[in-house]
Design a protein around this ligand. Structure first.
Ligand SMILES: [Zn+2]
Length: 198
């Protein structure tokens, strides 16, 4: 139905997170009904973002500037670095507007079962940042999963000897939970009540 262009559009939309074939068909129909006001602006926004947005060379955030707007913001406290698994967690913490320091996105968690080791993550740049000095506290804002805990232990063992305080999120992060699904109030409370990483 609709020809190869429509099939291709639905096929691509269906691969997006949270979308399935049914929601992809609905989204495609909505776009096709309003080509000038919805579809072409979306196509232009996609093309612009694909061209301009890159991972920040310092923290791993996605931004059209490198270093990103957070890393270059003079109002941010450069002595506190919050370590997160993914950019979605960074964005969740920014929405909660509770962390006034910098971030470091490690790009996942260590996983013995998944075969993910320290070299597979964005960890060496974090250690270099701390070794360069100026950082007093590292907040490990990782998910409450087995792999998140493993990663927190690994990082704590390596960061403490460098003379920084290492803390973790407090209550409020459900066991097995990811950060980016938490509501902003819960996330803010967990960050404010952080405690030394075990
Ligand atoms: Zn950055």
């Amino acid at each position: 139905m609709g020809g190869p262009e429509v099939e291709r559009l639905i096929g691509l939309l269906a691969k997006l997170p949270g979308m399935g074939p049914r929601s992809a068909r609905r989204a495609a129909l909505r776009l096709l009904r309003e080509p000038e006001t919805r579809m072409l602006p979306l196509a232009a926004a996609l093309a612009d973002a694909a061209r301009a947005v890159r991972p920040c060379g310092l923290c791993g955030n996605l931004d059209s500037r490198d270093p990103c707007a957070i890393c270059t913001d003079p109002r941010r406290d450069r002595s506190i670095v919050c370590v997160v698994e993914g950019v979605s967690d960074l964005w969740a913490l920014e929405r909660a507007s509770v962390h006034r320091g910098l971030y470091h996105v490690i790009g996942g968690t260590l996983s013995a079962l998944g075969g993910v080791g320290p070299d597979d993550l964005n960890l060496p740049p974090l250690l270099s940042r701390i070794e360069a000095g100026g950082v007093e506290e590292v907040i490990l804002a990782l998910g409450a999963t087995v792999d998140g805990a493993t990663t927190a232990h690994w990082l704590t063992d390596r960061l403490r000897p460098l003379g920084v305080s290492v803390t973790g999120l407090a209550h409020g992060v459900p066991i097995g939970g990811a950060l980016d699904v938490l509501d902003e109030g819960t996330l803010a409370a967990a960050l404010r009540a952080r405690r030394p990483s075990p």
